[in-house]
Design a protein around this ligand. Structure first.
Ligand SMILES: [Zn+2]
Length: 315
């Protein structure tokens, strides 16, 4: 297994070895990046009839199956909407209550779990809470925030860390996208693959950072905010929060990152940055709750606050 997955795998093994081994896992991974290595191993381990030292044995009848395993139920999005339908959930719950055909455990694998809608999540709640004996659920997602909190509370979460620079380099080469862009997306959105999977979101993130740099350099915040009249308040506030965190951290260690590369110091004091972060959090909270935010006004006030704290360091 890749070295950067080792710590997550250890968490999985600790869980499996504990007295009450989880019967529902959620593997949270950085978007677009190789978590399948870990989930595949977990699936194989759970299905193995004769695991050796908590590793699949590779020898038993179950391990020998290379094609579709009869005791593995895959739940994936279907149709144009790309959602997981409540029908496929009901079907797989039905299967989960029948005996595993190989005599070992049965695994229900939901990927990506963020494609569950309200109805399909609700349909899962009860069976995930008390699954039929021998059935283990695995949810995989890069966007745990999109999962129903009542579902999340029933899952053992295992976070896969962001990939190393080396892995980003390899990925950017194989996909033909810029490494700088991927690192910027990683810094601002914690999603290096957003460059490819969600270019609009990435463009907005970059615009927000650029806007903050312009204001930092003395441009009028109300002029700058004009191009953001119809933007996504949630993404914008997430990005501003990340920028704040990077600037706060930059005052304790001098690690350079795409934010400090764009926004030259000196920076507002840590105390001012924390106050600013609180204001950002308010906007984020409203946006998350789906409260209709007047984006122009909300961002206007945030940009104005940013402009104000920037004047505190220019003197
Ligand atoms: Zn085996």
């Amino acid at each position: 297994m890749s070295p950067w997955l080792a710590s997550s795998w250890r968490l999985v093994l600790e869980g499996l070895q504990s007295k009450a081994a989880p019967h529902a896992w959620c593997i949270v991974h950085p978007p677009g990046v190789i978590a399948s290595e870990l989930t595949d191993r977990l699936v194989r381990l759970l299905l193995c009839l004769n695991p050796i030292n908590h590793e699949p044995c590779d020898q038993c009848a179950s391990c020998q199956i290379r094609e579709t395993h009869p005791d593995l139920v895959l739940i994936e999005p279907e149709g144009a909407a790309g959602m997981i339908r409540v029908d496929s959930i009901r079907n797989s719950i039905h299967i989960a209550y029948t005996t595993a055909s190989m005599g070992g455990q049965r695994v229900v694998f939901v990927r990506p779990a963020d494609c569950l809608n309200q109805a399909s999540s609700n349909a899962l709640l009860k069976v995930v809470e008390e699954p039929p004996s021998g059935t283990v659920f695995i949810f995989q997602t890069a966007l745990p925030g999109k999962l129903l909190p009542t579902l999340v509370s029933r899952l053992r979460m295992v976070k896969v860390p962001s990939p190393t620079l080396e892995i980003l380099e390899k990925t950017s080469q194989s996909l033909g996208i810029s490494l700088d862009d991927m690192m910027l997306a990683e810094t601002l959105l914690v999603e290096p693959m957003a460059v490819k999977t969600d270019p609009e979101k990435f463009a907005l993130a970059r615009d927000v950072l650029t806007a903050m740099a312009r204001i930092r350099n003395g441009e009028d915040s109300q002029m700058v905010v004009k191009s953001f009249a119809k933007t996504d308040a949630l993404i914008a506030s997430v990005v501003m929060e990340r920028v704040c965190e990077k600037l706060i951290r930059a005052q304790f260690d001098d690690a350079s990152n795409p934010v400090t590369a764009t926004l030259a110091g000196p920076y507002p004091s840590v105390a001012l940055l924390y106050q600013f972060k609180e204001r950002i959090a308010e906007v984020k909270k409203q946006a998350q709750a789906g409260i209709a935010v007047n984006v122009g006004l909300a961002l206007g006030s945030l940009f104005a606050a940013w402009g104000f704290i920037c004047t505190k360091v220019q003197g």
